[in-house]
Design a protein around this ligand. Structure first.
Ligand code: AKG
Ligand code: MN
Length: 209
């Protein structure tokens, strides 16, 4: 991790209440804090993570074949984490990530002990439809998803009803998913043909197992 520090008390320019409109029409909650970090703070964190994270290109198992994920990832937390047949070994949160976690916890009034970090190098990197509903996250997990760098589109689709939602996740924004969101909805970050730069996304989670 580079020397750049993530302050535990940066200038936030959104009011604590600005995320209190639930964007989901049913079955769960989604909130978007458009500016959890100021642009200056977000620029600094983006530079710090781009250079400082130990990125991996993981391979997912699909029908007995290994397929490289279309993005780079890193997992930090006191527990390992398994999804899509991939075992992430625990790696201690760095001081910078701990400070960022403390900031996100303050703004969401939730507690987290882990973070999955994704690097979308360009518009061809993506994440397919999924829910973060692993048993190790417990019932109705709360996930705070901090975005840095290029704005990318984020889709939510209800599992059984005809309901969809599409959001732009911009530099410094934080999306909060809570309640029945993972049980009732799937989400994705699709590929785009638009020329977009790199984007880093951090999903703060609480592993209970
Ligand atoms: O990149 C994003 O905005 C979403 C990431 C995500 O859904 C995940 O890490 O599970
Ligand atoms: Mn997810």
């Amino acid at each position: 991790m580079s020397k750049a520090k993530i302050s535990s008390a940066p200038n936030v320019d959104a009011s604590p209440r600005s995320h209190q409109t639930n964007l989901l029409p049913r079955d769960g909650e989604v909130y978007l804090i458009e500016r959890m970090l100021t642009i200056t703070e977000a620029d600094r964190v983006l530079a710090c993570l781009t250079d400082g994270v130990d990125w991996h290109q993981e391979q997912a198992s699909l029908f007995g074949r290994k397929i490289p994920l279309p993005r780079l990832t890193a997992w930090y937390g006191d527990h390992g984490y398994r999804y899509s047949g991939i075992d992430h070994q625990p790696a201690l949160l760095t001081p910078e990530l701990r400070a960022l976690k403390a900031l996100v916890e303050r703004r969401t009034s939730a507690e987290f002990n882990s973070v999955l970090i994704n690097l979308y190098r360009d518009g061809q990197d993506s994440m397919g439809w999924h829910s973060d509903d692993e048993p190790s996250l417990g019932n109705e997990p709360e996930i705070a998803s901090l975005s840095l760098g290029a704005t990318r589109r984020f889709h939510l689709k209800h599992r059984t009803a005809d309901a969809r939602l599409s959001l732009d996740l911009a530099h410094g924004s934080c999306l909060i998913m809570r309640g029945r969101c993972q049980a009732a909805w799937r989400h994705q970050v699709p590929k785009t043909k638009r020329p977009v730069g790199a984007r880093i996304n951090l999903t703060f989670r609480k592993i209970i197992a």
